[in-house]
Design a binder for this molecule. Structure first.
Ligand code: THU
Length: 295
């Protein structure tokens, strides 16, 4: 999918395969089959020259992306028909655009965050591929949506965020971004959740309703099941955002979360408002857990 050309020294051997996996993950999540993009890995001096020529900004940067498809304010996921029209019958590919990455900047950022250069190149590829798919970070809401997708992609390729974990405010921001994914045609009460595990991984969720109303799954349990199914069974915190009102977790969710985080933080608020925080053992006192079965 990616045509990677490296015009600078020091590209780690494992980086191209990782960048390819990242690009495939973005396209799978965005529903684009058979996409193509051109990636050039260069030094600071080259990216500075491109930045000056293309954007009038005479300075180096970490990554530049030049989309070829205009998703008209949405992302690829909302524009299946547009993507079908973009397929080139000769190559069978939908060419999404060009990406330029500075290996010098990537190396500096990898050192700063204390992770490998390959991981940073993978992250920058995720960021740039999301731009090619129509994501942007001009407004707070757009930035939160893009960050949530970056986390989804990095977790998908098994490179979850290392080092400094998210703040409660950032968790809440991501829970708000998940409101767009809620499937709530019956109650119209949209809920988004963002779960932080003790090993620093982040899993998002939304409520998923059903015509058989009792089958509905709350946002908290969607996030929890995603985490446990990826091997993360120790929870540190969950943020829960309601669109039209504050959604403290229901009784079933309190019990469900208790199994994996008896004293986890629960951050609850309405989109646009200031969230409140409580500990799960305050919300579910005298609870029953796995230890009780051993007594
Ligand atoms: N809901 C949640 O997702 N989380 C909560 O903590 C409370 C309720 C959802 C379930 C249903 O889709 C809708 O809100 C109305 O009950």
């Amino acid at each position: 999918m990616l045509d990677i050309e490296c015009a600078a020294a020091g590209l780690p051997k494992d980086a191209p395969a990782l960048m390819e996996r990242v690009a495939r993950s973005v396209c799978r999540l965005e529903g684009v089959d058979g996409a193509g993009a051109y990636v050039r890995v260069v030094d600071d001096e080259t990216i500075r020259a491109v930045n000056a020529a293309q954007r009038g900004l005479d300075r180096a940067t970490d990554v530049l992306s030049f989309p070829t498809v205009d998703f008209r304010g949405g992302t690829a996921r909302d524009n299946a028909a547009l993507i079908r029209r973009e397929y080139d019958p000769d190559t069978g590919l939908c060419f999404l655009g060009d990406i330029i990455i500075s290996i010098d900047r990537a190396r500096e950022q990898a050192d700063e965050y204390g992770h490998s250069l390959a991981r940073e190149l993978g992250y920058l590829t995720a960021h740039a591929m999301l731009h090619l798919c129509g994501y942007d970070h001009m407004t707070d809401g757009d930035r939160a949506k893009m960050r949530a997708m970056e986390d989804r992609v990095m977790a998908d390729v098994s490179l979850p965020r290392e080092g400094g974990s998210l703040t409660d405010g950032e968790l809440f921001e991501r829970a708000c971004a998940m409101l767009d994914m809620a499937y709530a045609p019956y109650s119209k009460f949209r809920v988004g959740a963002c779960l932080l595990t003790e090993d620093g991984r982040v899993f998002t969720g939304c409520n998923v309703e059903n015509a058989s109303l009792g089958v509905t799954i709350c946002a908290e349990r969607t996030a929890a099941v995603k985490a446990v199914s990826e091997g993360a069974t120790k929870f540190a915190a969950i943020a829960i955002a309601g669109e039209s009102g504050v959604a403290w977790p229901c009784g079933i969710c309190r019990q469900f979360l208790r199994e994996f985080g008896p004293r986890m933080r629960v951050i609850v608020g309405k989109k646009g408002g200031k969230p409140e925080t409580a500990a799960l053992d305050e919300l579910l006192p005298h609870s029953f857990g796995p230890e009780d079965l051993l007594k």
